[in-house]
Design a protein around this ligand. Structure first.
Ligand SMILES: Cc1cc2nc3c(=O)[nH]c(=O)nc-3n(C[C@H](O)[C@H](O)[C@H](O)COP(=O)(O)OP(=O)(O)OC[C@H]3O[C@@H](n4cnc5c(N)ncnc54)[C@H](O)[C@@H]3O)c2cc1C
Length: 550
């Protein structure tokens, strides 16, 4: 499939039909319920089942598995992607948290969350997370428990309180990353013959709520563009992931903007609207797991990419052309690197480090591919070969960086003046004279062997840029993995209204309302969040009496 047609395909979304992994839903059922009826209740249901799960990522996987396997319930999963699904959970690094010292971990959550994480939620989380390895073994997952994450020492803020939290968790190390895990769980579901049905190309969902009891009775949605209803006899578990590809939600709720992500393009925060319609309270809406990344600035490829110049001869400037940090030690923890871009300047009434620009020379190009590639050791994200054509957003970075230069993802100027003008064409705040002064100062620091501003170790051989060009630049934004805000829930993963009342038969799990607050502190925490709250939601919902039997 060509790039153009693939992208149109992705944007159109409503294609392909349902795939059946088990046999659960009954098509063409009449309502037949004895519960309250009225205008809110569909006259007939197109489908019915016990538990409806919306979103087929990791949280949807875990809640459906447990609802069916432990709860003996029929499950239907509604997934927005046209085929296969999997969400960010399918294309991530596969790391999940292994709690090693419960007491220390509990204290750590209180410490890094600055008291913002509710303690009953911490206890519920620990109670379930300590079963992770048992479940992983039960469902045939490949993993090893490591003392360090791919990105370094764990947990994220281990150094708080004199480093006493080091060692309170381990993290799973999974060969083949989240792709391995996702496919293993799919295979186990098939092997167990669980009554879980998957429906793809499902969009525009609205929860069907009894206005008197506030109970959720089912879901109205489009399937391949056709209006459908599904009765959820026991309840609905929302697992729609983050809002990484919804500019309005990001600009409204995240602490800084623009924020750019690299993952699953169907994650547009649809669940937020769904729960707002039924009166839920939102929480932790500013939470993200994210470092910094290159944004393509290309509307046809509107996502972030891990990319960097392939030499040590580079420096980073803010929007105005000034350096602001030791580029070799950018600070922040591995999964909170975006904090380094939190700098608001009243002089421009905006964030003056978004975008930042990495400036480099031919050495950064000649050193090898600047970005993540298919076949590379870090192959994960929206370009992986594991994804079918319909879901793959691009094919990974080119070997010689030329495709990305031609597309304008990497800016090139024969002179610094020309490069500065190209940056300015994108962001009018760039001051080309300031950029030239910064360049001259940086070059002098290299000659002197000392960075007098930011204490970066510099040498002329390693770090100095050519005096004659050409020069290159990439734009750096806050961004990479996932947003984590969503509806507030309780220890049963039941969604709450603003007064703290349960909205009966409605659950949330995964990155759609992470329990962590203040900052992302639990390394491997999102996959763990999926496992914890997915299982809790699936188990609790499956344990309910069907509303139509009351
Ligand atoms: C490259 C990368 C690496 C990462 N590595 C790790 C890691 O190692 N460890 C870790 O803990 N976290 C990691 N993360 C973050 C982690 O992957 C996510 O936070 C987590 O997978 C979210 O799981 P989820 O089930 O909530 O959402 P997702 O897995 O994203 O699934 C959400 C699903 O909902 C579907 N959906 C959305 N809207 C609708 C709708 N209206 N109707 C039906 N379906 C809908 C989506 O299509 C998607 O399939 C990484 C993220 C990325 C991008």
């Amino acid at each position: 499939m060509s790039e153009i047609s693939r992208r149109n395909f992705l944007k159109g979304a409503a294609v392909a039909g349902a795939a059946v992994a088990g046999s659960a839903a009954l098509a063409g059922c009449s309502s037949g319920g004895s519960a309250a009826s009225g205008d809110w209740m569909p006259k007939s249901w197109d489908y019915e089942t016990d538990v409806v799960v919306v979103g087929y990522g990791g949280a949807g996987m875990w809640s459906s598995l447990v609802a069916a396997d432990e709860g003996g319930s029929e499950v239907v999963i509604l997934e927005k992607a046209p085929v296969e699904g999997g969400g960010n959970s399918r294309i991530n690094n596969g790391e999940w948290t292994v709690i090693k010292d419960e007491k220390l971990f509990r204290d750590y959550c209180v410490a890094f969350g600055h008291g913002l994480i509710e303690e009953d939620m911490i206890d519920a989380y620990i109670g379930e997370a300590t079963k992770h390895t048992d479940y992983a073994d039960k469902y045939g997952m490949t993993y090893e428990v490591a003392e360090k994450a791919l990105a370094g020492t764990i947990p994220e803020y281990w150094f708080l309180d004199d480093g006493k939290y080091a060692g309170c968790i381990g993290v799973s190390n999974v060969e083949g990353f989240g792709m391995t895990t996702f496919h293993e769980l799919e295979a186990k579901r098939a092997e167990l013959g669980l009554p879980i049905e998957l429906k793809f190309a499902c969009t525009e969902e609205h929860l069907i709520q009894n206005p008197d009891t506030k109970e959720i009775a089912g879901v109205r949605f489009l399937e391949d563009g056709a209006e459908k209803t599904i009765k959820a006899r026991k309840g609905v578990v929302l697992c729609t992931g983050g809002f990484e590809f919804n500019e309005e939600l990001k600009n409204t709720y995240l602490s800084i903007y623009p924020f750019k992500f690299e993952g699953w393009q169907y994650n547009t925060g649809d669940g937020i609207r769904m729960v707002e319609e039924v009166g839920a309270k939102l929480w932790h809406m500013n939470m993200v797991i994210s470092t910094t990344a290159m944004w393509t600035r290309d509307p046809d490829y509107d996502f972030a990419i891990f990319a960097s110049p392939q030499s040590d001869a580079f420096f980073t400037v803010n929007r105005l052309g000034k350096r602001y940090q030791n580029e070799a030690k950018t600070g922040g923890t591995a999964h909170n690197g975006w904090h380094t871009l939190m700098s608001f300047s009243d002089k421009i009434d905006d964030y003056d480090r978004i975008p930042s620009w990495q400036i480099f020379d031919q050495k950064g190009i000649d050193g090898g591919p600047m970005g993540t590639q298919q076949g590379g050791w870090f192959e994960c994200g929206n370009y992986t070969t594991d994804l079918p054509d319909e879901l793959r957003a691009w094919d990974g970075w080119s070997d010689d960086n030329q495709v990305e230069i031609e597309r304008g993802w990497v800016l090139k100027g024969d002179t610094l003046e020309e490069l500065g003008q190209k940056i300015k064409d994108f962001d009018h705040w760039m001051d080309i004279d300031t950029l030239k002064e910064t360049f001259a100062e940086y070059q002098a620091f290299c000659d002197a062997g000392k960075d007098a501003r930011f204490d970066r170790e510099l040498t002329a051989e390693e770090n100095k840029l050519s005096e004659s060009g050409p020069y290159y630049a990439i734009s750096i934004y806050p961004g990479s993995c996932s947003t984590l805000g969503g509806p507030k829930k309780n220890v049963n993963a039941e969604v709450l209204d603003p007064a703290g009342n349960v909205i009966p038969r409605l659950y949330a799990a995964g990155s759609f309302g992470n329990f962590q607050a203040h900052s992302y502190g639990i390394t491997g925490g999102n996959n763990s969040e999926n496992m914890v709250w997915g299982r809790i939601a699936g188990r609790h919902c499956a344990g309910l009496e069907p509303w139509d039997k009351k």
